[in-house]
Design a protein around this ligand. Structure first.
Ligand SMILES: *Cc1c(COP(=O)(O)O)cnc(C)c1O
Length: 396
């Protein structure tokens, strides 16, 4: 029996909501998408939400709505999925990376400040910065928002891991600190719609742009048309957009999942507290929790204290997988990917992210993980690391 690092939790209610759409006249973007958007906006305390077919699409149209294009710069964290950086390249912009904080593994505000000061001197400031709330824990958004004000860049939060979390009392997704926030509803994330993503904003102009970009750049609203309408059948394409629409089938699943989000996150926290207790004497660094925030805990990442372990990082990883514990590694520093190396990126750009990559392992964590399964993970890790598992000593 394999224990995955993440998986969805689908119940009978979820299935019934999807079946109801299949029996309705609408399959593609329709009333269920609108209901899902409204529910997520209300849950997060944002004014507007635009559902799309993935977080990758959401990041793409958020960058386009911010006006990112050729000749512009976009900066993000190297400790993320490649999609966060790729969206800048889709727009024809130059992408660059800001090193991570060694405690949170999030984009470091200190490193950002330093890089901005240097870029300002050369007249090479970014137009867009995308901090990523790694593992579900918010970046230091108060500090990053202050830098956005000073240096005048648009701030897009990649909150693919973080729906349901909060920072300084503000729900992630409220856009209290940024222009736009992006969520992912891929099955490994906190809630799922199969595939899906969303952009939230409080800015009505960005909202209108996002609506058009997700559907071919077309508008049916006379107030946005650039010439007079020919008749009631008329629509106008006023910019170049895409077909990034979410289906009502997906939105019904997402809406149903949203009803259980707080339950999911509470369960994740219970499991995290249990991991923290069981692993306290292991030669590993446990996740640091920022007292300013509440993490959605998408991922549980440990770092091996390699000087206290006689095995290599790779050996620990491989042995766990051989034992059916399907650990993972989040993330390979994006700029070390061959595609990015071909763009000219060299190792050494972000030393903290590279050091982290040598030591990090993602252990299984999801709402449906049982305590028995978690005990298996802890015991297997104990065996690999040559320590007596606390589970055993607890059991006497
Ligand atoms: C999953 C993920 C994405 C991409 O999400 P999709 O919905 O699969 O497109 C982007 N950024 C981060 C940080 C992610 O974890």
């Amino acid at each position: 029996m394999l224990i995955p690092y993440a998986r969805q939790d689908i119940n009978e209610q979820d299935i019934q909501e999807v079946v109801a759409v299949l029996q309705s006249p609408w399959l593609t973007q329709g009333p269920a998408v609108q209901r899902f958007e409204q529910a997520v906006a209300d849950y997060c305390g944002a004014k507007y939400a635009v559902a799309v077919n993935s977080a990758t699409s959401a990041l793409h149209i958020a960058c386009l709505a911010a006006g990112l294009g050729p000749g512009d710069r976009m900066w993000t964290s190297p400790n993320t999925f490649v999609a966060t950086a790729n969206c800048g390249l889709y727009c024809g912009a130059e992408v660059d990376f800001v090193d991570i904080d060694p405690l949170t593994y999030n984009l470091s505000p200190a490193a950002l400040e330093e890089k901005l000061a240097r870029a300002a001197e050369k007249g090479q400031l970014p137009k867009v910065v995308i901090p990523v709330h790694f593992a579900g824990q918010s970046c230091a958004m108060d500090k990053i928002a202050a830098l956005a004000k000073t240096y005048g860049f648009t701030l897009i939060e990649d909150a693919s891991h973080a729906i349901g979390g909060s920072y300084l009392g503000e729900k992630i997704g409220s856009c209290a600190f940024s222009d736009m926030v992006v969520f992912s509803f891929h099955p490994v994330k906190i809630i799922t719609s199969g595939e899906g993503g969303m952009v939230l904003t409080n800015n009505p102009e960005l909202y209108q742009k996002l609506l058009r970009l997700r559907s071919h750049g077309i508008t049916r609203e006379p107030e946005f048309m650039t010439k007079e309408a020919d008749g009631p059948w008329y629509y106008q394409q006023i910019e170049l957009g895409y077909n990034y629409r979410m289906t009502d089938i997906q939105a019904a699943l997402g809406y149903s999942q949203l009803q259980r989000i707080d339950e999911f996150i509470q369960r994740r926290h219970e499991l995290v507290n249990r991991y923290n207790l069981l692993l306290q004497d292991y030669p590993v660094i446990l996740p640091w929790q920022d007292p300013n925030g509440f993490s959605a805990f998408h991922l549980y990442v440990i770092r091996l204290q390699t000087d206290r372990i006689r095995k290599t990082h790779r050996e620990v990883f491989e042995t766990l997988r051989e034992k059916g514990i399907m650990v993972n590694l989040h993330y390979i520093p994006v700029y070390t990917q061959p595609y990015y190396e071909n763009l000219g990126f060299k190792p050494g750009l972000c030393p903290e992210a590279e050091r982290y990559y040598q030591e990090a392992i993602t252990l299984p964590l999801y709402a449906a993980l049982t305590e028995e399964e978690q005990d298996q993970v802890v015991a297997a890790l104990g065996e690999v690391l040559g320590v007596t598992a606390v589970v055993d000593s607890l059991k006497g």
